[in-house]
Design a protein. Structure first.
Length: 293
C-alpha cells in the first residue's frame, strides 16, 4: 500500500484579502495624512511625507495583524548586504538617467541653460540645495516601502513572480497618472519602472536595491535640471531646454515620458538580470514560506 500523502493546499483568498486590507490601510492613510501634510507643507513635501507615512502605517498594521511582526520583517535588513545592494542600485540609477540625458545633450536635442527666475520659480538658495535631495530620498523610500512592502511580498509568496509583479507595476504607473503633464508613454514608462523595481526586489529579496535605483535615477535628473515625473524642481541654477519633440524629450513630464527612457528601461532590466547581488532573507517571502511548508 502506498502511504497517504496529504499535500497542503494554499488558500488563494487569504493573501488577496491581506493585500486588499493593506491597500485599504495605506490608501486611507494617504487620504487623511495627505490632507494634513498638504495644508502644512508645500505640494512636493506634502506628497512625499504623506506617501512615506502611509507606507509605514500600512506595513506596520498589516505586519502586526497578520504576522505578529514589526518592521524587522519588512525586508530592509541593516547589514552589509543591504549597503552593497543600495550602492549597486544607486549606480544603476545614476547610469541609466545619465545615459538618457547625455544622448539628448550630445546630439543637440537638449541644452543646459540658466534656470528662469520668477515669482513662481525663485532663485535656489543653499538650504534648498541641501534639502531637496533629502526630500527625494524620503520620497523614494516611501514609494518603495509602499509598493514593494507587505502587499507585494504576500502576493509574491503565494502566487509567484509575474502574478505579483505585473499588477504592482501597473498600480505604480496609475499612482503617477495624476502627475502634471502625464501622457500615455509616460504612464507606460512609469509602470515599466514599477515592474523593474519589483523585479529588483525579486533579485535581492530586500527593498534596499530598488530604493537605490529609484533614488539614483531621480537624483541624477535633479542634478541635470530635468523635470521629474511632471514636477519641476531646480537646485543647480540650470535646467534643460529641449530642442526636439516630446516623443524624445518627454516634454514637460520630463525624460520619463520619452521613448529613450523606454529603451533604457530594457537595458536596465538586462543589467539587473545579470548583476550579482547579495541575496537577503526576506521574512514574508523566505522564512514565512518555509514555516508554512
Amino acid at each position: 500500500m502506498t502511504p497517504d500523502i496529504v499535500e497542503k493546499k494554499r488558500d488563494p483568498i487569504q493573501p488577496l484579502l491581506q493585500s486588499g486590507v493593506y491597500v485599504l490601510f495605506a490608501g486611507t492613510a494617504v487620504f487623511f495624512l495627505g490632507w494634513v501634510f498638504f495644508n502644512v507643507f508645500n505640494l512636493l513635501l506634502g506628497s512625499i511625507l504623506s506617501v512615506l507615512a502611509a507606507a509605514l502605517v500600512g506595513n506596520f498594521l498589516c505586519l502586526r495583524i497578520f504576522e505578529d511582526k514589526g518592521f524587522e520583517a519588512l525586508g530592509m535588513p541593516l547589514n552589509r548586504g543591504g549597503a552593497y545592494n543600495t550602492a549597486a542600485g544607486l549606480g544603476l540609477g545614476f547610469a541609466a538617467a545619465t545615459l538618457v540625458l547625455l544622448l539628448l545633450l550630445l546630439t543637440g536635442r537638449a541644452h543646459e541653460v540658466p534656470a528662469v527666475v520668477s515669482a513662481a520659480s525663485p532663485a535656489v538658495n543653499w538650504r534648498e540645495g541641501l534639502f531637496v535631495p533629502v526630500a527625494l530620498l524620503l520620497g523614494a523610500v516611501g514609494e518603495e516601502i509602499l509598493f514593494r512592502g507587505f502587499g507585494f511580498q504576500v502576493l509574491l509568496r503565494e502566487f509567484g513572480v509575474w502574478p505579483a509583479i505585473l499588477p504592482t507595476g501597473l498600480l505604480f504607473g496609475l499612482a503617477h497618472g495624476p502627475n502634471p503633464h502625464a501622457t500615455w508613454l509616460a504612464f507606460a514608462n512609469t509602470a515599466g519602472f514599477g515592474v523593474l523595481f519589483c523585479y529588483a526586489f525579486v533579485k535581492s529579496h530586500d527593498i534596499w536595491f530598488p530604493i537605490g535605483m529609484h533614488y539614483g535615477w531621480n537624483l541624477m535628473l535633479l542634478l541635470f535640471g530635468a523635470d521629474i515625473s511632471g514636477i519641476k524642481i531646480r537646485i543647480t541654477g540650470y535646467e534643460i531646454q529641449w530642442n526636439t519633440t516630446p516623443l524624445w524629450s518627454g516634454g514637460q513630464y520630463g525624460p520619463e515620458g520619452s521613448v529613450l527612457t523606454t529603451v533604457v528601461l530594457i537595458l536596465l532590466a538586462l543589467a539587473v538580470w545579470k548583476m550579482r547581488l547579495v541575496r537577503q532573507q526576506a521574512y514574508l517571502v523566505d522564512v514565512r514560506r518555509r514555516e508554512e511548508s
